[in-house]
Ligand binder design. Structure first.
Ligand code: HSE
Length: 405
């Protein structure tokens, strides 16, 4: 029998208990031994709940119990999650977590301990909820040199962008609606500013390129400045706007970024709508692959956590996260990243000919309802080049959004 302890009886924690209870028999068969939840740790009481009898309030009970083989950390946040996880690993207990903030910040330290002890620190649910992307990169795509990972990694903002596109709502209204539906948190900062997606692309890129990418090095821009007018231009161009976490490897140099992008219909991520997440991966042998599913939610996330529990149970004396390398990755400077840029321009300050003479050849686009301005899509240039040129147009530029080709 394998004994596990679940830290945190919130949405994901209660999902983990439900998944293990519902699929108890098959999970046991797949793990090779019965999986028993010995403890659930939470500060709160749950009178009448089936976990009442195994509920503990003191972490010492868990960390000092030699019968506990696997600790499931689904509390979220950095502390006390970090302390608890580190102590569990040092005590020789495997850890499975859904906590992207913990993995993005302390991944190298925690992985080092797991390796020294020949045990597992697993985090499938930290990126893309129920989508099996981490196991795919770590286990299935190992014959490839991966050169791109691009994802819709945040369900809240994808829902908001979708509603802005299809209903023409503005940012504040759609945020309120997302909060009412329980998609967006009361404090939506981590989602709408892109911080959540930033941690996820940092983790995925670390695994894909085999060096640790520090999330603090990633340029991150959220969706707070996107307006219904921007969406109108996107539609006129046959595109939509999505918040993407993206990284690419070009001649041994990597760049990574989180930002809203104008995405065309030919891009497979174009059709990923609502709260769904998706991750696009390109490998030098594989070509394109895409992984799609529920990026959040109680049972999809818990399903990924429990899959990690099964993996740990199958590998009690062997570290399976082989793609992780603690050597730090240095990123290509932002200025050197090449792409196309969409700008909205005030016509009384700069005529199309002026814009063309400054930014070079490009596509002029007009939206009928929006007088006094026009849109312009540049040709390929580096970001540094774009910035230098755009400075010459000064306040004539209303907004800039990157184009994803
Ligand atoms: N707030 C996240 C999202 C939850 O909206 O995708 C899953 O990490």
């Amino acid at each position: 029998m394998i004994n596990i302890a679940v830290l945190g009886y919130g949405t994901v924690g209660s999902g983990v208990v439900e998944v293990i209870r519902t699929n108890h028999e098959t999970i046991g068969k797949r793990a090779g031994e019965e999986i028993r939840i010995k403890y659930v740790l939470d500060l709160r009481e749950f009178p009448g709940d089936p976990v009442e009898e195994i509920l503990v309030h003191d972490y010492e009970t868990i960390v000092q119990d030699p019968e506990v083989d696997i600790v499931v950390e689904v509390m979220g946040g950095l502390e006390p999650a970090h302390t608890f996880v580190k102590r569990a690993l040092l005590a020789g207990k495997h850890v499975c977590t859904s906590n992207k903030a913990l993995v993005a910040k302390y991944g190298p330290e925690l992985m080092e301990i797991a390796r020294e002890k020949s045990i597992n620190f697993l985090f499938e649910a930290s990126c893309g909820g129920g989508i099996p992307i981490i196991r795919a990169i770590n286990g299935s795509l190992t014959a490839d040199e991966i050169d791109e990972v691009t994802g819709i990694l945040n369900g809240t903002t994808n829902y908001m962008m979708y509603r802005m596109d299809t209903e023409g709502c503005d940012f504040d209204d759609v945020l309120k609606e997302a909060q009412e539906k329980g998609y967006a948190e009361k404090d939506p900062t981590a989602d709408v500013e892109g911080y959540d997606a930033c941690r996820k692309i940092a983790i995925l890129s670390s695994l894909a390129y085999g060096k640790f990418l520090d999330y603090e090095d990633i340029y991150t821009e959220g969706i707070t400045k996107i307006t219904p007018e921007d969406m109108e231009y996107a539609r006129t161009l046959g595109r939509t706007i999505k918040l993407l976490g993206t990284s690419r490897k070009e001649q041994n140099r990597v760049y990574a970024m989180v930002a809203p992008f104008l995405l065309g219909k030919e891009n497979p991520l174009y059709s990923v709508n609502g709260v769904f997440n998706s991750v696009f991966v390109h490998g030098n042998m594989l070509g394109d692959a895409m992984f799609y599913g529920s990026g959040a939610g109680k049972l999809p996330t818990a399903s990924a956590v429990v899959a990690d529990v099964i993996d740990a149970a199958r590998h009690l004396h062997k570290t399976v996260m082989t793609n992780w390398n603690n050597e730090k990755m240095s990123l290509m400077p932002q200025d050197e990243i090449t792409g196309r840029f969409f700008v909205r321009v005030k016509e009384d300050q700069a005529q199309p000919e002026t814009v063309t003479s400054v930014l070079g050849d490009g596509e002029i686009v007009r939206v009928e309802q929006l007088g006094g301005e026009f849109g312009f899509v540049t040709h390929d240039m580096t970001q540094g080049e774009y910035q230098k040129k755009a400075e010459k147009l000064g306040s004539a530029i209303i907004t800039m959004i990157r184009v994803k080709d």
